[in-house]
Ligand binder design. Structure first.
Ligand SMILES: [Cu+2]
Length: 383
């Protein structure tokens, strides 16, 4: 047996600063409804409109219920008092109680419509990001083709992805699903939109301006949660990510750091962390899908009774057409990554899988850069 190939994910790139979500900071009464204050101008607008609607409704509720109770009491039937004949109508009063609440609702409609259009129509020249939802994660593509987020450990999970955004910048998201319906929800920005297969949706926002409270020992940034808000299967509740707003210079450096490392194994591990770690382990443990540890080169037994050695073509087929062969003991849960992963990244993934398989001869010690997961036991345990 060989040693488990569990590398800390942070050996990939520089350690990613920890996630720091905003503390509960909603103002006074708003705290009943919101954990934090809206973090963009349009979110502040949304909160204001929500509170306006709330107080408008509260005012009429109290007024109407109060009058109802009051009149029930003063006009109740009393013994010996004959029933009064009530007026059939009162035109000025009826106009008043129709026009006043209707005008209020019209105001709410137009303010709401304005806020909705403000979110739906991105500003011209906005930073265009492509967001792909898939079971069960988000992929964010930047204009330069950068695809992956940096992975951090949080709350016992080691596959939370951080996606960088420059501060004080108009951003436009184009949303598409690779499988079922998801919803891209950024609670701090008060934005939520369904994500469909075969149909683009999207919205835009201006990222917040950072302040002194965003200076941390590890750098200057502010984190915002992203959740999936449309029930989409087993791990729906874990379909979370983090948007990290940072100074523009840091953002540009971050984009550079995401580029190819020049080593297919390291790049492949990055793809793994970004797209595959939710369902596949690399330490031998069973998850939604088979573990990648010692997978490459092994004999795969399938549900239909056939078997095959896991070679490059098998890996490629399993990524692009996962239901072609179902490994014994697993469900056909994976959806195709056609269009999600490119050929270079498939090659990188294969290189990474080879590096964590005892069925492949590993480079001798000292040959690698120290980051390739070739340990001393691999070389001698190879057979
Ligand atoms: Cu989802």
């Amino acid at each position: 047996m060989t040693m488990p190939f569990s590398l800390p994910l942070t050996t990939l790139a520089n350690a990613v600063p920890p996630v720091r979500v905003l503390p509960n900071n909603a103002d006074g009464f708003q705290e009943i409804f919101f954990r934090t204050n809206g973090q963009t101008d349009s979110a502040v607008w949304t909160d204001g409109l929500f509170m306006l609607t709330f107080w408008f409704s509260t005012f009429f509720f109290v007024l109407l219920m109060g009058l109802l109770v009051y009149w029930c009491i003063i006009y109740r039937r009393r013994p010996g008092v004959p029933q009064k004949i009530s007026p059939s109508h009162n035109t000025p009063l009826e106009i008043l109680w129709t026009v006043v609440p209707s005008s209020g609702m019209l105001v709410i409609f137009f303010l709401g419509f304005q806020g909705y259009m403000d979110k739906l129509v991105p500003a011209s020249g906005a930073l265009q990001l492509e967001v792909t939802g898939f079971k069960w994660d988000w992929k964010v593509s930047y204009p330069d083709g950068t695809q992956t987020g940096q992975t951090v450990t949080l709350g016992g999970r080691n596959d939370i992805k951080v996606h960088a955004l420059p501060e004080d910048t108009e951003v436009s998201l184009r949303l598409l699903s690779n499988d079922v319906i998801h919803a891209f929800w950024i609670p701090d920005f008060r934005m939520k939109m369904d994500v469909f297969p075969n149909r683009y949706t999207g919205y835009g926002f201006r990222t917040p301006v950072l302040g002194p409270e965003d200076d941390h020992p590890e750098g200057r940034y502010r984190d915002h949660w992203v959740f999936c808000a449309e029930y989409c299967g087993d791990l729906h509740s874990e379909m979370a990510a983090v948007l990290r707003v940072m100074p523009r210079a840091d953002y540009e450096q971050w984009l550079k750091d995401q580029g190819s490392s020049g080593d297919p194994v390291i790049d492949g591990k990055r793809v793994y962390s970004s797209m595959c770690a939710t369902c596949h382990t690399v330490n031998g443990a069973k998850n939604i899908g088979p573990s990648w540890m010692n997978l490459y080169g092994s004999t795969r037994e399938f549900e239909d009774g056939t078997s095959q050695i896991a070679d490059d073509n098998y890996i490629r087929e399993s990524i692009l057409n996962p239901n072609a062969k179902i490994v014994k003991g697993f469900q056909p849960q994976m959806t195709s990554y056609q269009g999600v992963i490119n050929d270079t990244d498939i090659a990188n993934v294969i290189a990474y899988m080879k590096s964590i398989s005892e069925h492949v001869e590993q480079p001798a010690e000292g040959e690698g850069e120290g980051e390739a997961p070739a340990s001393e036991t691999d070389a001698e345990g190879e057979g």
